[in-house]
Design a protein around this ligand. Structure first.
Ligand code: WQD
Length: 357
């Protein structure tokens, strides 16, 4: 089977490419490299020991999308390509609606024209917004509080309506909680552009000496240690969730939604402590004010994916943080070829007293 992976040069997309290749799928990646990196696709192929075709494509270009999908003729599409920063979407809503919605409509139209009838869509738990009734199941009311979150919920509605109009089509929306970590090989991981907006890559950059300290966004939430709680899941577990959804789509039509998470919450300070355990030293941090738009807690009810897809996240917080640290230790500057894979440059060890654990 040939799987087209849009956004396959991104964090979750490239980890999914590894698992698809290792499971014997033929893989074609399309990406405009606005966020993702070509090195991530190369690393995925290196880990899998197999090749994936890469095509540079901007999905907002309707004709190019129709033409290229018509040539590729995929059996299914896993659609990751989207902008994904909540704060950025608040300041640039039109950029987000144009990119995320038009890309999604163009890929769906191109699939229809080339008789490709299966889509796995990268949705997000952000669609639930702020809701005190955790854990969230798939029937929890949608209440996204950012343009980013609304591009996800609106596109789910596009897929739902498309499946009503085309009974032989299958669309599965996977609502991710907090994807984190790195491939256990250390060759592939999260490599955010600029200053990481997300917690775990920021913490590992502090651990490697690229950043001075962790800023904890508030410790006055109604949670056990006062810091925000999230349902963190290993990116490899998440990638395997896409393969489980592909299997299920083989025998099922229509629109379906699944939450993908561990079903357990962890606080900011718990993540910090786990990375300290992984890197073998205390990490400096400062409690600052809450970040606008943050919800106190977001935790998944994971039963539906377990019973229907037969998928369950296997890796715990310590394994997640060990793999995240292992990636950062081997790749201090991410995919920057400046640093040797097998060691740290002297500047980092001297500056920060970095000691191998
Ligand atoms: C986690 C916790 C912060 C950074 C998620 C996805 C994100 C996006 C929206 C994907 C929160 C705290 C964070 C820091 C901190 N889109 N924090 N210091 O907010 O759940 O966002 O949904 O679908 O990609 O990750 O994840 O990692 O930003 O924050 O204290 O420097 O860590 O307040 O409690 P979040 P996050």
């Amino acid at each position: 089977m040939k799987i087209l992976v849009t956004g396959g040069a991104g964090f979750i997309g490239s980890h999914t490419v590894v698992e698809l290749l290792q499971s014997g799928y033929e893989v074609v990646v399309v990406d405009n490299l606005s966020i993702g990196k070509r090195e991530a696709v190369d690393a995925a192929c290196k880990i899998a020991g197999k090749e994936a075709e890469f095509i540079h494509l901007d999905l907002t270009d309707e004709q190019a999308t129709i033409s290229i999908i018509g040539k590729i003729k995929p059996d299914a599409v896993i659609h990751f390509a989207a902008y994904k920063s909540v704060p950025e979407s608040l300041s640039e809503p039109l950029t987000y609606y144009r990119n995320n919605m038009i890309s999604g409509i163009n890929i769906l139209q191109a699939m229809y024209k080339s008789s490709c009838k299966t889509m796995i869509f990268s949705s997000s738990a952000t669609v639930y917004g702020e809701n005190p009734n955790i854990p969230f199941d798939e029937d929890t009311p949608l209440n996204p509080v950012s343009p980013y979150g609304r591009t996800k919920s609106h596109y789910e509605a596009v897929l739902h309506d498309f499946c009503i109009a085309h009974k032989d089509f299958t669309a599965i929306a996977l609502r991710y909680f907090n994807p984190v970590g790195a491939h256990e090989s250390g060759f592939l991981g999260e490599d955010p552009l600029g200053v990481p907006g997300n917690l775990l890559p920021y913490v590992t950059q502090v651990a490697i000496g690229r950043r001075e300290k962790v800023f904890v966004y508030g410790n006055d939430y109604d949670t056990p240690d006062g810091t925000g709680i999230r349902d963190y899941l290993h990116v490899t577990d998440l990638a395997l969730g896409h393969l489980a959804a592909l299997d299920w789509a083989t025998d099922n039509q229509g629109f379906e939604v699944f939450n993908l998470g561990r079903g357990e919450g962890a606080s900011v300070l718990q993540i910090l402590r786990s990375v300290e355990k992984a890197c073998g030293r205390k990490l400096p941090y400062e409690i600052v004010s809450r970040r606008p738009g943050d919800v106190p807690a977001s935790v998944c009810k994971a039963e539906k994916a377990a019973t229907v897809l037969g998928w369950k996240a296997k890796m715990n917080i310590d394994k997640i943080c060990q793999d995240a640290w292992n990636w950062q230790k081997i790749n201090p500057e991410g995919f920057n070829p400046h640093y040797a894979v097998d060691g740290l440059p002297s500047t980092l060890t001297a500056q920060n007293g970095f000691k191998e654990k």
